[in-house]
Design a binder for this molecule. Sequence first.
Ligand code: NAD
Length: 428
Amino acid sequence: MAIESFNPFHMAQQQFDAVADKLGLDQATKDLLRNPDREYHFNIPIRMDDGSYKVFRGFRVQHSDARGPSKGGIRFHPQETVDTVRALAMWMTWKTACVDIPLGGGKGGVVCDPRNLSMREQEAICRGWIRQVARNIGPLQDVPAPDVMTSPQHMIWMMDEYEKITGIKAPGVITGKPIGIGGSLGRTEATGYGVIYCLRESLKNLGIDIKNTTASFQGFGNVSQYAIDLYTQLGGKAICVSCWDNQEKKSVTYRKFDGLNLKELLSVTNKFGEIDKSKAADLGYEILDGGDWIKQEVDILVPAAIENQINAETAPNIASTVKVIVEGANGPTTPEADEIIKSKNIHLIPDFLANAGGVTCSYFEQVQCNMNYFWSKEEVLEKLDTKMTNAYHAVYELSKEKNVYMRDAAYMISISRVAEAVKMRGWV
Ligand code: NAD
């Protein structure tokens, strides 16, 4: 797959097709699951702060609701495309099935750059997005959540708009809400911690003591920050992190062989997970090229930024010391790079297993909202650990039993569960 023609949806379909053939799915089930059930594309006209009007493009894609209401985040990104949203919606279906929660897969997005929008303009986009899909989402239909460049604040504006339109209180319509207004404790940590619960289990299987490991991370947003936090708490040493530099319009890698100091780095990072380069240099961090995070001689690589980062061009740069790649981001690795990773005999923990902690905690949030009774943070994280640990081991066992790559084993579990649901419902 040429990098310039990278299309995440084609990649998601390619991954699905390969496993569907292995599982011997019939043609109708394949046709049903390789395309979204429904998609909504719409305009969101906004009055800007300067009095002018601007129209933003919004999407909601519901890939499958065979196992329960569609579930998935909303991204605000200037390069958002419907094919990215389609791929992410499909991966959500596999993700909820992989951790065995009673939800389907969906995803949404708006083509916009919140870095250049005031909070009032962002609120108008959130409310406009809901007005366009209010009839098609809901606690029992489709439940959005935050994703890249959307936050609990965006979610509460969206919930408020939904409640205004429907005239009911419906906190279960959206997850990732602020604590105290329907949010769950532990949601902020959930994805990053879930990544590390899986990593911890994989290292046990490989007979490696986490305390003797080093790791390099791509991305320094929600997922990566909490992954670094728990990894460090467990005794690992994170030596490298890369993120986007919006001034230079390119990514930058930061390295400290003694180990990153999370608190210190956070003090020079903005809310978009962008580290201030000159302040980081003052703190003693080496400044390297954006692509250098993958070249480090570490035991563990954690891509936790965006898709298509480990590809045919970059995968050959992975050092021979790397033993585990745990995918925090969605779709960071292309099928070509998978072949290179297999040939290097690296244990890969695929995205829709590794980063399923977020949606699992979102599911807990929905359950708590529906009960109108909220759990302690310890209770949430304990339940999360159990779910992630069980899901990791189920995938690992199948990969050993069938002698297949971890991504294929995860797909086999997820696709079989969804295929069984559509069969039992009598859809195909
Ligand atoms: P975020 O917006 O909080 O952070 C993204 C980070 O990636 C930022 O540090 C940004 O600077 C960096 N980045 C962007 N482009 C980059 C590039 N080209 N090179 C290096 N760094 C780059 O996002 P997040 O919530 O941490 O999500 C990260 C990934 O994890 C995404 O793929 C998202 O879909 C996935 N994910 C997130 C969650 C969640 O709960 N937040 C759940 C599941 C999956």
